[in-house]
Design a binder for this molecule. Structure first.
Ligand code: PLP
Length: 368
């Protein structure tokens, strides 16, 4: 099998499985308990927090464990906007944010916020156009570091710096789910919060983390005990925190850029292929369209040859691609979109097989 759908999820690495199993069997105490069983669990939780913090180059006390990237984005976007509503009701965002941000923005619009969405041009977000929308009433700016459908990248430190120059009171959130462990941590003093998710880096589904800069004013919308400084109450999932830390420690290095390059060069030669990812996109994702063919049909053909890819983001099954729509691409191009996404485990050999099978799909499948 060739698994080229790593932006949807990744396989769970052995060390994450072992870390989770060992924590479930041994460190099953409640980390808030005072006796040794609880203290053991708390120790493991704090060691895991340090590992996440190390990967993000932030202080451990600014890292909060959550259940997923979606929860991290919700905590940040809703909480940061909510805490600033008394003076700022404008939010500036990219028009291609993941649904876990975009649907928060829609909810905030319903409660009276004005959201300015900046569309990509040739697949890329212009920092200058984002900045033109930022004013003194801007409560929050939110931008993803790596787009989950095309791999388009944004220079987060540069954007955050300029946002703060225009309005030092504005909060700046970054969805780093697709960039984590693949790109340098973009956290600087100008970044207020940043979210990551375990299952994109070979940890299990159901664990994530949020970086929140110390001293940030944030509205808490989950109500419960004092865990995670009351920002994310609920007894912590120590086993999955340990699994996340293990996946970080064991991450298999950089993705070989030649894998994407080989696919890119190969598919360009297939008649009818249009490349949707910008030239300067992350090595982990390539989006292209086989124009005149339905993505689903291509996907099933590839699956029958043992190759797993996706038509867009796994979160919006059946819906038209949010990012490609924001890019203004015609329906025929969107309908034929294929996303391939890589992990450090993928090889150039696999990329060559993929290209061969795509060419076969183009030959054998019927146009619509
Ligand atoms: N943000 C981006 C960019 C994503 O790609 C995803 C998952 O696909 C998420 C957020 C949500 O993460 P999770 O699946 O852990 O909720």
């Amino acid at each position: 099998m060739i698994y080229f759908d790593n932006a949807a999820t990744t396989s769970v690495c052995d060390s994450a499985v072992k870390a989770a199993a060992s924590a479930l069997a041994g460190a099953w105490g409640n980390p808030s308990s005072y006796y040794s069983l609880g203290i053991e669990a708390e120790k493991l939780l704090e060691i895991s927090r340090k590992t996440v913090a190390g990967a993000l180059k932030v202080p451990a006390e600014d890292v909060y464990f959550t259940s997923c990237g979606t929860e991290s984005n919700n905590l940040a976007v809703m909480g940061l906007a909510g805490a600033r509503a008394n003076w700022g009701r404008r939010i500036v965002a990219t028009a291609y944010e993941h649904p876990s941000v975009e649907n928060c923005l829609r909810a905030l619009e319903e409660s009276g916020f004005e959201v300015v969405r900046i569309s990509p041009e040739n697949g890329e977000i212009s920092i200058d156009r984002m900045l033109c929308a930022v004013n003194k009433e801007t409560a929050l700016v939110t931008a993803m570091a790596v787009n989950n459908e095309t791999g388009a990248i944004i220079d987060i430190p540069a954007l955050a710096r300029e946002v703060k120059r225009i309005n030092p009171r504005a909060a700046f959130h970054c969805d780093f789910v697709q960039g984590f462990m693949k790109r340098e941590s973009p956290v600087t003093a100008d970044v207020t919060s940043l979210s990551v998710s375990g299952h994109k880096i070979h940890a299990p589904k159901g664990v994530g983390a949020l970086y929140l800069k110390k001293g940030t004013n944030i509205k808490k919308y989950l109500h419960g005990g004092g865990q995670e400084h009351s920002l994310r109450p609920g007894t912590e999932n120590v086993a999955y925190a340990a699994a996340l830390a293990a996946a970080i420690s064991d991450y298999g290095g950089a993705i070989d850029p030649m894998v994407k390059q080989t696919v890119l060069d190969g598919v360009k030669a297939v008649p009818g292929v249009i490349i949707n990812s910008p030239v300067n996109s992350d090595a982990s994702i390539l989006n292209f369209s086989l124009v005149g063919y339905r993505s689903e049909t291509v996907l099933h053909f590839l699956e029958s040859r043992g190759i797993m890819v996706s038509s867009g983001s796994a979160c919006s099954r059946g819906e038209k691609s949010h990012t490609l729509t924001a890019m203004g691409l015609p329906a025929r191009v969107i309908d034929g979109a294929v996303r391939v996404s890589f992990s450090p485990e993928n090889t150039v050999e696999e990329a060559k097989i993929f290209v061969k099978e795509l060419a076969a799909a183009q030959q054998e499948l019927a146009h619509f």
